[in-house]
Design a binder for this molecule. Structure first.
Ligand SMILES: Nc1nc2c(c(=O)[nH]1)N[C@H]1C(S)=C(S)[C@@H](COP(=O)(O)OP(=O)(O)OC[C@H]3O[C@@H](n4cnc5c(=O)[nH]c(N)nc54)[C@H](O)[C@@H]3O)O[C@H]1N2
Ligand SMILES: Nc1nc2c(c(=O)[nH]1)N[C@H]1C(S)=C(S)[C@@H](COP(=O)(O)OP(=O)(O)OC[C@H]3O[C@@H](n4cnc5c(=O)[nH]c(N)nc54)[C@H](O)[C@@H]3O)O[C@H]1N2
Ligand code: SF4
Ligand SMILES: [Mo]
Length: 742
């Protein structure tokens, strides 16, 4: 036995405890490794992606030792993807942030411990001083899609009404801001209209720039329950999702608007417009119809690289489907035309009347576990409850609910995330508070960001992990509790609100973000006014229920007990609702939208060139994205050997023909350069998954950071960065590559 253990240890490079080989009988699972049989199971919702799988955390002796899927949960019926299955390891990872830390001797990356009282005092004193000297707006705050809704709600009030700065946004602007702006423009409000049930009931599923096999794996399980459907995938890269599809559309980068306009052209010309729906529920169709004239299949073929016949067939399949579903993710949103592409998708659904019914919906698949919660309750790009800054009536409602003067609520949104960074660079913002996001890996054009951060007088990073690239640049690090250590709610992509529970205590002095926000509110002197008597997330939940009452995202009929009972309930769920809480609920069933006249709006959108295209100097398209084993900047998954071993280092995918021409082989190391920066050394995968002239790099790896290369141009409406297309060149690394290969 000992020699086997030694051999395994040597091969895997991990310390395997002998105890793991002792098995015992667990009542539910049969024989299990003894160390993993928990004393109790705590129900919760997965803390990685927006699918929102229900699961349990196994706790033994106060430690998270295992996880399992919740067989009764409406989303995943017991299934979990590889990240979910290893999630308990993220809690016990060695790189957890444990104590408040203050920059020592003003040397970056060198810290001394501080106690909480002093840390909060220091933070508030610095931020107040900056605001007194340079004005309230000299403070910027960047948060996340990974806190519980109760925390977002509390944070929004703290920033906007406590600190009194509007310059508050989150990593969600790097993610689904284009979907939000697109929905607002087309339907008058944010809020994905469809449900996961649609994946099972649709007769056609059209995925645009969405690689669910890697990034929302449990949605593949939902799709598999629908063997009759036709699956179409549009993506420049032959992803695992494309490989599952019945029809794969290898669009050229950033040509989706042309494809969608082309499909609408064919639908119009073939008489498949749902005239009754268009007449009753929409406006602006005539203008759109005129605009579509030029998007003939031949014209669109030239732009997209697809054959005219393929465009025609796809259009007719969609038009003739009984209930077609369109799902999209970052291939659409990560673009300077992200919002307009979303509008083109909504145009297609509206003109055929394909929404508001089971199976038929234009559905933005969200990213982070609670990006939806921040959209509903946050106070960044909208007022809480999908209210609008510009709407005086909305501001009045909120002021009355909160018992504050109306003038305290801003009448326009503050700066979006990329604009906060630009203002840091120009010196207008001097203090920055970063919560649960890691920009020094994830923000585009890292050289620009690094230069900007140098200008800050005071940077506070509140994170569950340390050291990470962003916390190392901080003046003050606040250690946060993470998933499994705190309570609240998440909303998943299909508007299902579900419960998140505490299984174990946070390490050392780390605290739930909720507690940290209240401590700061006390120090700032706004606790009694904004959060009277609050001690726990449920206090925020109760107020949020009142604030959401009567809005599209109505929570007033929800309670923690109801959520626990059903494993999540979709909003709207008004008080007294007679709806079966487990039943799926499409929005806009009555065709009445959240616009002033109740009609959805068609938008005329034109396919434009991306901000940067390949040139002689930089001849390749760079596409960036994800892989199933890793989560974003790997602060969690990089510490989990089970996942990290599957994908331990970054890579670049290069087409066989390009590799041959450049005399590069699979496994070689190359240098990648863009006009903004470089990845010094990255291993090559020669593959047919990318087309000639295109390369793909995952953005998970700080040490080979794709964002050294990406361009920081943003959608003018949503402010979302154009992460998916930049121009780069590949440089062979002769001697170094050869050495590394050995
Ligand atoms: N394993 C894992 N899962 C995750 C995450 C993770 O980090 N790891 N992150 C979560 C988050 S926050 C998000 S936002 C989602 C993202 O989920 P996805 O959007 O599925 O992920 P990406 O890999 O960023 O991009 C999707 C696809 O867009 C394609 N694409 C690039 N350019 C274009 C284009 O011009 N047109 C079209 N049609 N497609 C294009 C890319 O080739 C890629 O396959 O995943 C969530 N789930
Ligand atoms: N090139 C390129 N860049 C991209 C993308 C791309 O496709 N290509 N995708 C973009 C997208 S869609 C996204 S969403 C972003 C994601 O980018 P980031 O937001 O930077 O990624 P994460 O690693 O998820 O960062 C979350 C941070 O929160 C911490 N954390 C986790 N839980 C908690 C908690 O409960 N409390 C606190 N305080 N901290 C916590 C984690 O340790 C981590 O440091 O990246 C964007 N960047
Ligand atoms: S699909 Fe998403 S929510 Fe479900 S287990 Fe995987 S990461 Fe978690
Ligand atoms: Mo995201």
């Amino acid at each position: 036995m000992k020699s086997i253990l030694r051999a395994v240890k040597k091969r895997l490079g991990v310390d395997i405890q002998k105890e793991k080989y002792a098995y015992d009988l667990d009542e539910q699972f049969g024989y299990m490794a003894k160390a993993k049989i928990p004393d109790r199971w705590v129900s919760t919702t997965c803390g990685y992606c927006s699918v929102g799988c229900g699961m349990f955390i196994g706790v033994k002796d106060g430690k998270a030792v295992s996880v399992r899927g919740d067989a009764k949960h409406p989303v995943n019926e017991g299934r979990l993807c590889p990240k979910g299955l290893a999630e308990h390891y993220a809690i016990t990872a060695p790189n957890r942030a444990k104590w408040p830390l203050f920059r020592n001797d003003n040397v970056k990356g060198k810290f001394k411990r501080m106690d909480w009282d002093e840390a909060v005092r220091t933070m508030v004193a610095h931020f107040r001083d900056i605001q007194e000297r340079h004005g309230a707006e000299a403070l910027g705050v960047i948060s996340t899609g990974q806190l519980v809704t109760e925390e977002f709600y509390t944070l929004g009030k703290l920033i906007q009404l406590g600190f009194g700065t509007k310059n508050f946004d989150g990593n969600t602007t790097l993610c689904m801001a284009s979907a939000v702006s697109g929905y607002k423009r087309s339907f008058g409000s944010d809020g994905p209209p469809g449900n996961y049930e649609d994946l099972e009931k649709a007769d056609l599923v059209f995925l645009i720039g969405a690689n669910i096999a890697d990034n929302h794996p449990i949605l593949c399980y939902r799709l598999e329950k629908n063997p009759q459907k036709i699956l179409i995938a549009a993506d420049p890269r032959v992803t695992k999702t494309a490989m599952m599809a019945d029809i794969y559309l290898p669009v050229k980068p950033r040509t989706d608007i042309a494809l969608l306009n082309g499909m609408m052209h064919v639908i119009l010309k073939s008489g498949f417009v749902n005239e009754e729906y268009v007449q009753k529920h929409t406006r602006g169709f005539e203008e759109l119809a005129r605009h579509l004239e030029k998007y003939t299949p031949a014209y669109v073929a030239e732009i997209t690289g697809l054959s005219p016949d393929m465009i025609r067939k796809t259009a007719l399949l969609y038009a003739k489907a009984r209930a077609p579903f369109i799902g999209w993710t970052m291939g659409v949103n990560h673009s300077t035309q992200g919002t307009e592409t979303v509008n083109a998708i909504c145009n297609l659904a509206l003109m055929t009347g394909n929404l508001g019914r089971v199976g038929a919906s234009p559905f933005s698949i969200t990213g982070q576990c609670n990006a939806m919660g921040t959209r509903e309750s946050g106070f960044a790009s909208s007022l809480p409850g999908y209210r609008k800054f510009e709407n005086a009536e909305h501001r009045r409602e909120l002021a009355a609910l909160w018992g504050i003067a109306e003038e305290m609520i801003p009448s326009s949104r503050g700066l979006a995330y990329p604009d906060i960074i630009e203002n840091v660079l120009s010196g207008r913002i001097k203090g920055l508070w970063v919560i649960a996001t890691n920009p020094l890996v994830s923000f585009p054009n890292q050289a620009f960001l690094r230069q900007a951060l140098e200008n800050l007088e005071f940077l506070v990073v509140q994170d569950g992990y340390h050291p990470i690239p962003t916390s190392e640049a901080a003046h003050l690090v606040l250690p946060a509790a993470v998933w499994g250590e705190k309570e609240g709610t998440f909303t998943n992509s299909e508007r299902r609100v579900s419960k998140v529970n505490k299984a174990v205590d946070p390490p050392a002095e780390a605290k739930p973000d909720f507690d940290i926000f209240l401590m700061i509110a006390r120090e700032l002197g706004v606790y009694d006014r904004l959060f009277p008597g609050w001690t726990k997330p449920a206090d925020a939940f109760e107020e949020w229920k009142k604030v959401s009452r009567g809005r599209l995202c109505d929570y007033s009929g929800l309670s923690y007990a109801l959520l626990e009972q059903h494993g999540g309930v979709q909003w709207p769920y008004p008080e007294g609702s007679a709806r079966d809480p487990r039943e799926s609920f499409p929005l806009y069933q009555d065709g009445i939208f959240q616009t002033e006249d109740g009609r959805a709006k068609f938008w005329v959108v034109e396919n434009e060139a991306p901000p940067e295209s390949p040139s002689e100097e930089y001849p390749f398209w760079l596409n960036t994205g994800r892989t199933v084993e890793h989560w974003h900047t790997r602060t969690k998954t990089g510490q989990i050997p089970l996942l990290n071993r599957l994908s331990p280092e970054a890579w670049v995918e290069i087409n066989t023909r390009d590799a041959k021409r450049l005399k590069i082989q699979h496994g070689d190391y190359v240098r990648l350069e863009s006009p903004r920066g470089a990845i010094d050394s990255i291993t090559v995968r020669v593959t047919e998954t990318v087309a000639p002239g295109q390369i793909f790099v995952p953005f998970h790896y700080a040490e080979a950071n794709a964002n050294n290369l990406t361009i920081n141009c943003c959608d003018p409406i949503s402010r979302e960065p154009n992460y998916k297309q930049s121009a780069v060149r590949i440089c062979k690394l002769e001697p170094r590559g050869a050495k590394l290969r050995k």
